[in-house]
Ligand binder design. Structure first.
Ligand code: SF4
Length: 226
């Protein structure tokens, strides 16, 4: 349930001015609150390598006003960013750097491929250009154009906001816990297998040792008999 709707209803049933100022109750789901916070504070990390990055600079000016959607904080460290904005041509030489930056970003993280070059390699049909960054990292939103206009960037951000709002924090947590449990199970099974193999080796060693001892004693007994 949306807070704004709920609040309006609350004020409607309590028309007295003072009543609305008293502490009241808001009900919602955790998913709604988390997604509301996340979708309205998507801070981009601009990975700009070519002309699309210049176009992104114009998106940042007051005329377009990125702070309307809470994305005016452009961060130049992956540890403080939510959205990796790849604007420009990516070469194979840069691919490992881009991947490392993506991996340095804390989860949840999203990726926007801005422009033809980042989305598909653009007109660079050559040995050195990556034909789309989705060959290296997962992409959430693609923006067409060479270069895309600021309006197209906003459109992509709105799409990303919709996507973020559809995600389920609780479901993600449950999946993450499930993954961790499966990993623990797999590791325990591997450790058990290793322990069983080690014990088996030791038992075989002891058996061999006893057999050798027995043979030596038999030999000695025969020698003394003779
Ligand atoms: S898509 Fe066009 S504008 Fe953007 S980096 Fe490639 S060549 Fe430049």
């Amino acid at each position: 349930m949306k807070i704004s709707i709920f609040r309006r209803e609350f004020y409607e049933v309590t028309p007295m001015g003072n009543e609305a100022e008293k502490p009241n109750i808001i009900t919602s789901s955790l998913d709604f609150l988390v997604n509301w916070g996340r979708s309205n504070s998507l801070w981009p990390f601009p990975y700009g390598t070519a002309c699309c990055a210049i176009e992104f600079m114009s998106t940042e000016v007051g005329r377009y006003d990125l702070s309307r959607i809470g994305s005016e904080y452009v961060r130049f460290t992956p540890r403080q960013s939510d959205v990796l904005l790849v604007a420009g041509t990516i070469t194979y030489k840069q691919a490992p750097i881009l991947k490392r930056i993506y991996e340095q970003m804390a989860e949840p993280r999203w990726v926007i491929a801005m422009g033809a070059c980042a989305s598909s390699g653009g007109f660079y049909d050559c040995y050195c250009t990556v034909p789309g960054i989705d060959h290296i990292i997962p992409v959430d939103v693609y923006i067409g154009g060479c270069p895309p206009r600021p309006e197209a960037f906003f459109d992509a951000m709105f799409d990303l906001q919709k996507k973020v709002k559809d995600e389920s924090y609780m479901k993600q947590r449950a999946e993450s816990i499930k993954e961790q449990l499966e990993m623990i199970k797999a590791k325990t099974a591997e450790a058990k297998r290793e322990a069983a193999a080690t014990v088996h080796e030791k038992v075989v060693d002891v058996k061999d040792f006893m057999k050798e001892k027995e043979q030596n004693l038999v030999k000695k007994a025969q020698f003394w008999k003779e």
